[in-house]
Design a protein around this ligand. Sequence first.
Ligand SMILES: NC(=O)c1ccc[n+]([C@@H]2O[C@H](COP(=O)([O-])OP(=O)(O)OC[C@H]3O[C@@H](n4cnc5c(N)ncnc54)[C@H](O)[C@@H]3O)[C@@H](O)[C@H]2O)c1
Ligand SMILES: [Zn+2]
Ligand SMILES: [Zn+2]
Length: 354
Amino acid sequence: MAESNLSFILNKPLSLSFEERPKPTLKSPQDVLIAINYTGICGSDVHYWQHGAIGPFVVKDPMVLGHESAGTVVEVGPAVKTLKVGDRIAIEPGTPCRHCTPCLAGHYNLCDDMRFAATPPYDGTLAGFYTAPADFCYKLPEHVSLQEGALVEPLAVGVHIVKQAEIKPGASVVVMGAGPVGLLCCAVAKAFGASTIVAVDIQPARLEFAASFAATHTFMPERVSAEVNAARLLKESGLIGGADAIIDASGAEPSIQTSIHALRRGGVYVQGGMGKPDINFPIMALCTKEITAKGSFRYGSGDYKLAVELVATGKVDVKKLITGTVKFEDAEKAFQDVKAGKGIKVLIAGPNEK
Ligand SMILES: NC(=O)c1ccc[n+]([C@@H]2O[C@H](COP(=O)([O-])OP(=O)(O)OC[C@H]3O[C@@H](n4cnc5c(N)ncnc54)[C@H](O)[C@@H]3O)[C@@H](O)[C@H]2O)c1
Ligand SMILES: [Zn+2]
Ligand SMILES: [Zn+2]
């Protein structure tokens, strides 16, 4: 394997470049050094590229993009017992402090001092090499490809959201937004035993895909009130009295409002989508229906492990989501395609992948 640590860098909004950076070294005896094979492009990477910031996270210095990666272990620290050189792994891209109150309570995704790939100021994984603690690297079984390994990240997002939604066998669930995250929520809900899964989107092609992937029903909202959309959604999906759980994976205000109206009394609402920070919210319906509303942020204890398991056992076929793979040198073109809404999940190979 070549030794290039070519890195794909966001300098400032709308300014991308390639740079040969020094190969990283292990930061702790528990770390492994990974040659990156494949990386998926996430909406957040595109957002940083376009705007240079997401909420409080502002790109002030050049930053390597990418956080949805799978790679091959090329060096292990002296204290690593679980991995060896040559292992193919999915990389969990956030390293928590392991000492703060949320970390100690087992909710490390809520860590006060998280170092997350491609969330400023931390560099991401679109480079030749990346280091990570061995316990945040998940060995892929032989029959799972490295391309599938790159999809474990968004799948873990879906696992966390669906766990938050408390989906039980026989449950009905509505998923707002049929992008990668919403589609993977549908698939995880199916694996958890949901029997009615309604995918909602404003793009017909995405609904068509959702129906072929994991949804039992699809719904296209109209430009009418949230109450009217909710009533038609329930009628068309045969959900008398409302859905048990509704997940927003769109971030769109109308979806969020429709969700609350389409839930059954006592149902669970999960906010997975990140759109406008403030919206009008049907708080009276939340109150009188005794809805449980929760957030969902990245992934926590056991989510990555379960995501790998769902792929390995064939319960979630992430291969179907892969639109194509581009060479490392074509990363910017791939970013442009994702921005233009082309395909579902584009992977970038390399730069050491041949
Ligand atoms: N909570 C987390 O940890 C986490 C992690 C990753 C992504 N996200 C967020 O999840 C969301 C989905 O991510 P993605 O990668 O699938 O993005 P995406 O943009 O590909 O998908 C969003 C989908 O929502 C649809 N949509 C837009 N307006 C709608 C409306 N009014 N009604 C129904 N559907 C509508 C779009 O057509 C699109 O298909 C994004 O907001 C993203 O920021 C959250
Ligand atoms: Zn992502
Ligand atoms: Zn912590």
